[in-house]
Write a protein that binds this ligand. Structure first.
Ligand code: HEM
Length: 299
């Protein structure tokens, strides 16, 4: 993992300094939210409270890219595409950049009154939680370079970067707490996050190679069931109705597609990808597990 003299600093080049299409596509995806803002701004479609809209969008993308960075491990294995790990840091740092922009926009929204911002962060729990999550992202961003990997040592560095899961929990709590009405989108995020945590736990317990298509289907069924049940409990607490009544409407698609279905769809897509890649590769040969030392130790 140590830096070599040939390492290029250009984001679109790989470690050998060659143009990487994977990196170019990733960069395009990472700046896409900014392009969308530009388009909506030009169409005058950012609404009446532009700053508020941008605060929401930047927070949303910060969390989305955090989850995508955590999804790289299962995706690289299921797709048998080890190269994906090359863009994981880039995605994680992008998550930090959107979160930092999110806070900066909040400061602007508060009229650059830093004392007021600090007071708000200390006195409102959802902002305190967001702030702690942001501090975690800072720690990950400043250590996301080869020099820090070398300084900390691979095992310590990986251990530190497990904090990304805790940051995910905090960011989700922050998201739920600030959502006033419809919690469907945060629930989808939470369900996908539960799937990712489940993947990590099974990988530690049984080894990542055990996560072939059928275990992935099992994991997906558990994560989506948790999402349906969690949503039902949340709705029953908010509106004082029985969670069983909410669960009974899960197949009523006239009421909309419930978060659990999205989790089911995403998880089954990964399982299918794994099955197809195992089939096309003949005898399934998993990509080198991410935390090879840890996985080996866990076995
Ligand atoms: C000091 C740190 C932070 C502050 C001051 C902050 C502040 C805010 C504010 C003011 C809102 C809008 C609330 C409303 O309109 O009622 C918000 C929403 C949100 N924030 Fe943060 N936040 C912080 C950190 C973070 C971090 C680190 C993440 C994710 C990694 C994040 C993700 C979100 C999300 C997902 C939303 C909701 C977006 C939506 O409605 O679509 N925030 N935050």
């Amino acid at each position: 993992m140590a830096s070599s003299p040939t390492v290029s600093s250009a984001l679109w080049r790989d470690r050998r300094g060659q143009l990487s299409y994977l990196r170019v596509v990733t960069l395009a995806i990472l700046v896409w939210p900014l392009v969308l803002v530009g388009i909506d701004w030009a169409r005058d479609a950012l609404g009446g409270r532009v700053l508020n809209e941008l605060i929401h969008r930047s927070g949303w993308w910060a969390l989305a890219f955090l989850l995508v960075s955590l999804a790289i491990t299962p995706l690289r294995r299921s797709a048998r595409y080890g190269k994906l790990v090359d863009v994981r840091r880039m995605i994680g740092v992008a998550s930090f950049c959107y979160a930092a922009t999110h806070l900066s926009l909040y400061v602007v929204d508060q009229g650059y009154d830093i004392v007021k911002v600090a007071t708000e962060i200390v006195s409102r729990l959802y902002l305190t939680i967001g702030f702690v999550a942001l501090l975690g992202l800072v720690a990950l961003a400043v250590t996301s370079n080869d020099a820090m990997v070398k300084r900390l040592g691979g095992v310590n560095w990986r251990r530190l970067h497990q904090v990304a899961y805790l940051i995910g929990v905090l960011a989700l709590v922050h998201y739920f707490q600030q959502t006033k009405a419809d919690v469907s989108v945060p629930t989808i995020y939470a369900g996908l996050f539960a799937w990712l945590i489940g993947y990590r736990l099974v990988a530690r317990w049984r080894g990542e190679a055990s996560l072939t298509a059928w275990p992935l289907v099992g994991l997906t069924l558990v994560a989506s069931a948790l999402t349906f049940v969690g949503e039902a409990i949340g709705i029953s607490l908010s509106f004082g109705i029985s969670p069983l009544m909410v669960l009974a409407t899960v197949f009523d698609f006239d009421l909309g597609i419930r978060p659990g279905w999205y989790v089911l769809g995403a998880g089954l897509a990964v399982a299918l990808l794994d099955a197809v890649r195992a089939y096309t590769a003949g005898r399934s040969k998993p990509a080198r597990p991410l935390a090879s030392g840890k996985v080996a130790a866990a076995r």
